[in-house]
Design a protein around this ligand. Sequence first.
Ligand code: HEM
Ligand code: HEM
Length: 215
Amino acid sequence: MSAASPVRAAWDLSTRAFHWLLAVLVVVSFTTGKIGGPWLEWHMRSGYAILALLIFRLGWGLVGSRNVRFVEFVRGPRAVATHLREILAGRVPVTTGHNPVGGWMVVAMLALLALQAATGLFANDESSHEGPLAKMVSNAVVDRMSVIHNYNQWLVVIAASLHVVAILAYQWVLKVNLMRPMISGPRSVPMRAVILLVSSAAAVYALVVIYPGAR
Ligand code: HEM
Ligand code: HEM
């Protein structure tokens, strides 16, 4: 197989919608967080949507279409080493989903975003805004969560930037277009994806509205 024509499975519509919504919302969250003040209202709303998307992706990684399932693309160190060797030798191994290195990038990015969203729930800006669960923990915990939220924002930025650089490198250096399958592909959305998304949104609503309100 030549480097210019690796066969790649298309991403399903649910994963593509998840991806682009996530990308937009991360930019919105970062920007509104930096502006601060009244924009933190929108920052938190955007953060809740990210939280719901992450829960959705977790579920979709278990019951989604084949190439988005974690068991399919989270691979051991030997597969990662082999893939790196192939790339360094100038060959592009054919994979039908995330390659063994990209798979770990996905896990890392989802984990960093989950940490960011989770710490945000307990963070405060030391004036008028606080996460919906901040009242339920001590000030020391709120301070710690705010510090982690502040540091981890940069890890999120670094991971997202490396991610985009990697996609561009595939395009320019290896002549592989990874972007097309993340844009177009199958159009159907199975009912279990809809149920999963609604349940994820309901779980976030329960966590940030019903639970704090009931205390
Ligand atoms: C993954 C998405 C998120 C990103 C990228 C993000 C990013 C940021 C950034 C850049 C700031 C400004 C910190 C600074 O002053 O430099 C901030 C502050 C803040 N965020 Fe988030 N955040 C996210 C999710 C959330 C969530 C889900 C909540 C909770 C509802 C939240 C609550 C807060 C609060 C209360 C602050 C003010 C605390 C402070 O300024 O230290 N964030 N966030
Ligand atoms: C803040 C911005 C972004 C975040 C947080 C993000 C996050 C992610 C995540 C989590 C995945 C894994 C998809 C999955 O299996 O669920 C992914 C894949 C992908 N992203 Fe992004 N992304 C961002 C921006 C972008 C941009 C700007 C582009 C286009 C240049 C892009 C192109 C892609 C492509 C092509 C894939 C599939 C990679 C592959 O084929 O292995 N992403 N991204």
